[in-house]
Design a protein around this ligand. Structure first.
Ligand SMILES: [Fe+2]
Ligand SMILES: [Fe+2]
Ligand SMILES: [Fe+2]
Length: 399
């Protein structure tokens, strides 16, 4: 099993959940930080605090689209968006071993204290972790980035107080308002070193648990694939194909797991692209293609800090690089492209050609073979990798 430091991976990869039309927000880290401060004040012990961190740092994994992110950024939640992303987040997290115990908390992270929730829960039947995340989440959407933070505290506290006993647990509101008397807490939330503050806080509550990289990668594969109905299974198929090719090419067990994780995460950077571009039925404009071309860059920098000592970011993010130097976004060529990335590139093309796209149907076996061989001839793809795929294709398709 390939291990990574769990909190680091979640902190870095969860930044992918914060891209919006308005740019990159820091929603998940702010919710996690304020939740931990509130949880500590509420008397939670280290183990429960760590569960709270894990819930808060991925709580909105169920939001697939930029439009839905915009709708949930309003303080008053629209009914459909409110429950839909909780349900999807529940479905994604319950399949991840490291997070399965938190899925039920994600499911009810917007339940109202006063009741009227699909769960049937109200007041103290709603898990404490979910009550905390709901409250700190709503504080965060009230923070405006265009006004100095200490000029907003009065109005934000007023809005929260108004909902005590309705949306929010009144005792938690009282505790939070007491904590928020400290200007420094507001300043922490908007400081550029929020992540450092969060790591510092985490240091005091746990001993840096390790987690299975492939298991955690599956969560983010679900989030990326949900961006478009045409790619609802793409990352998982690329991962299976990459692992298969790794085995066929004689890679060891550890590197095959790394290939699987790289396949699951190769398009993580696509979360930064508005879905109407990913779903566009027709030719992309130069400006739109410019946006698409950003995605492996973001894949790299979302993963690099999370996987120290492993070539995961390189393998995952170099899947659009080509041996002749014609690829992107690092314009690598030849030996600069690691074997792992060459495998992901072939697995990605093969998988994509087998899938339907808004502008074309899925292609047949002979059509795919022709395209792959042309790309070997032109010097773009690795011949050994393509040969391994074509000579084992029947077995791959059966798997
Ligand atoms: Fe949410
Ligand atoms: Fe949220
Ligand atoms: Fe890609």
């Amino acid at each position: 099993m390939l291990k990574v430091q769990e909190e680091k991976f979640l902190l870095s990869a969860s930044r992918s959940l914060d891209f919006t039309y308005r740019g990159l927000l820091v929603h998940h880290q702010r919710v996690a930080y304020l939740s931990l401060v509130l949880g500590q004040a509420a008397g939670m012990g280290p183990a429960e605090l760590y569960q709270l961190f894990k819930t808060a740092i991925i709580h909105d994994a169920g939001i697939a689209s930029f439009d839905q992110k915009d709708s949930l950024a309003k303080f008053e939640l629209e009914t459909e968006a409110r429950w839909e992303h909780c349900q999807r987040g529940f479905e994604f997290t319950r399949g991840i071993r490291a997070l399965a115990g938190l899925a039920a908390k994600v499911l009810v992270h917007h339940d109202r204290w006063a009741g009227g929730n699909p769960s049937g829960f109200e007041s103290s039947r709603i898990p404490l972790i979910s009550r905390i995340v709901h409250l700190t989440d709503r504080v965060n959407v009230l923070i405006r980035d265009d006004i100095p933070i200490l000029q907003q505290t009065g109005s934000i506290k007023g809005r929260i107080q108004d909902e005590a006993g309705k949306e929010f647990d009144p005792e938690l509101v009282a505790l939070l308002l007491e904590l928020l008397r400290r200007d420094s807490l507001w300043l922490d939330l908007t400081a550029p070193w929020l992540e450092d503050r969060l790591l510092f806080l985490l240091d005091s509550i746990n001993k840096k648990p390790q987690a299975d990289l492939v298991d955690l990668a599956r969560l983010f594969a679900c989030v990326v694939d949900a961006k478009s109905r045409f790619t609802y299974h793409h990352s998982r198929s690329v991962a299976a194909c990459a692992r298969f090719l790794g085995t066929a090419l004689g890679f060891g067990a550890r590197d095959c797991s790394l290939l699987e994780a790289a396949g699951l995460l190769h398009d993580l950077g696509k979360i930064t692209i508005p879905e109407h571009i990913l779903e566009k039925d027709g030719r992309l404009t130069a400006a739109e293609f410019g946006l698409i071309k950003q995605h492996p860059y973001y894949t790299y920098w979302l993963l690099k800090p999370a996987t120290e000592g492993l070539p995961l970011a390189q393998w995952a993010a170099a899947h659009h690089e080509r041996l002749d130097g014609s690829g992107y976004p690092f314009q690598l060529a030849g030996e600069k492209i690691p074997k792992g990335a060459r495998i992901i590139a072939v697995a990605d093309i093969y998988t994509a050609l087998r899938e339907e796209r808004p502008y074309r149907p899925s292609l047949s076996g002979p059509q795919i073979e022709k395209i792959l061989l042309e790309q070997v001839r032109s010097g773009a793809l690795d011949k050994k990798v393509v040969d391994a795929l074509l000579s084992n294709r029947r077995q791959l398709e059966l798997e």
